[in-house]
Design a protein around this ligand. Structure first.
Ligand code: NAD
Ligand code: IPM
Ligand code: MN
Length: 357
């Protein structure tokens, strides 16, 4: 029997609430499809930081590097200054493990109420490939004369040919395997240096190695319009780290809410573990209420299973989540037709026995 070694970082706020559901669904998938996992839980996040002052030790990083995949709930809490956990834990893992592809599908599932009037599932099925190790996130810049009337803050966007080319290539491969259409999103009209590097790379790689993939380009501001008015225009989208962060929250809204949006931080070389997490954060406003939608965490588990080669299990998990959403009909209101726990139970039951209702 195949065994996959997993690290589990439930994290803060609703992170542990939705992670519990994803692990329940994983139990059902293991039983039905005959594989197993070892799950090492890592107590990282706000509580750990407040009690020990530690965010992520080098030893833990080495341990995490040895697993097959990481499941993460969410990190960040109002009682820790912004950036400490986001940069020190989440971004550190993405960077240290060279997870240069941030894969964020935006798919409207049947039965899910979208805020876009008249939008139907056949018009909304795209995959956003967000560059995940460079750009404004690289941490270049600093404060000078801070605290004085003359203080200066710089925050530079780092874009390397190597970094842009590898993510662009990954997106072309994904487009080839889907509907053969790739859109690059940037602000080449203003960010002329970085935009130029991105555009030349996109065009050169496409012309040389992916002549059958149709290329399109959209400015990031216009993207926010088109994602709402004509999402059917997009198949695979490749974009820079910060634009990708912003447009994937918009994508989450279009597909019915952050509680439904999954993501994978992927090292396509397989040298390091990839990490799977919902697009949403720790949602301090609803933490502890039992209202958090676990579907994003469950669909992130689905991406993880696919990455690990458990394709049948991944299909079953995605089908179970989709079936639940169809059954729920309208999820309007904070409880979505069931508590976090009830929804997790129902998805797990569907995975165990798809004929059950
Ligand atoms: P958020 O994603 O936590 O919440 C935004 C809104 O969406 C809130 O109203 C929240 O209630 C709602 N929401 C989020 N997930 C939901 C779910 N599963 N079900 C129902 N509603 C849901 O974003 P925020 O409030 O801007 O950030 C809160 C904290 O999370 C911050 O510290 C931020 O840095 C961090 N964060 C972490 C991650 C991550 O760990 N991957 C991602 C985004 C934000
Ligand atoms: C996300 C989050 C993170 C990001 C934060 C928490 C560092 O918003 O995963 O989308 O900006 O990438
Ligand atoms: Mn984000």
């Amino acid at each position: 029997m195949t065994t996959h070694e997993l690290a589990v970082i439930a994290g803060d706020g609703i992170g542990p609430e939705v992670m519990t559901q994803a692990l329940k669904v994983l139990d059902a998938a293991e039983q039905r499809f005959g594989f197993s996992t070892t799950r090492t839980e890592y107590d990282l996040g706000g509580r750990r930081y407040r009690t020990t002052g530690e965010v992520l030790s080098d030893d833990t990083l080495v341990e995490l590097d040895a697993v097959d995949a990481i499941l993460l709930g969410a990190v960040g809490t109002p009682d820790v200054p912004p950036g400490v956990l986001e940069r020190g834990l989440l971004l550190k893992l993405r960077f240290a493990f060279d997870q240069y592809v941030n894969l964020r599908p935006v798919k409207l599932l049947a039965g899910v109420p979208t805020p876009i009037a008249g939008l139907t599932p056949d018009r909304c099925d795209m995959v956003i490939v967000r560059e995940n190790t460079e750009g404004m996130y690289a941490g270049a810049g600093g404060l000078l004369f801070d605290g004085t009337a003359h203080e200066v803050a710089t925050q530079e966007s780092i874009n390397t040919r190597h970094g842009v080319e590898r993510v662009v290539r990954d997106a072309f491969v994904r487009a080839e395997a889907r509907r053969g259409h790739l859109t690059m999103v940037h602000k080449t009209n203003v960010l002329n240096f970085a935009g130029d590097l991105w555009m030349r790379t996109f065009t050169e790689v496409g012309e040389a190695d992916f002549p059958d993939v149709e290329r399109d380009y959209v400015h990031a501001d216009a993207m926010c319009l088109y994602m709402v008015t004509t999402p059917e225009r997009f198949d695979v989208v490749v974009t820079d780290n910060l634009f990708g962060d912003i447009i994937t929250d918009l994508g989450a809204a279009v597909q019915g809410g952050l509680g439904l949006a999954a993501s994978g931080n992927i090292d396509p070389t397989g040298e390091h573990p990839s990490m799977f997490e919902p697009v949403h954060g720790s949602a301090p406003d609803i933490a502890g209420k039992g209202w958090a939608n676990p579907v994003a965490a469950v669909l992130s588990l689905g991406l993880c299973l696919r990455h690990l080669g458990e394709v049948d299990a991944a299909d079953a998990v995605e089908d179970a989540a989709a079936t639940l959403l169809t059954e729920l009909g309208a999820m309007a209101g904070p409880t979505m037709g069931g508590s976090t726990d009830e929804l997790g139970d129902r998805i797990a039951e569907h995975v165990a026995d798809p004929s059950a209702t």
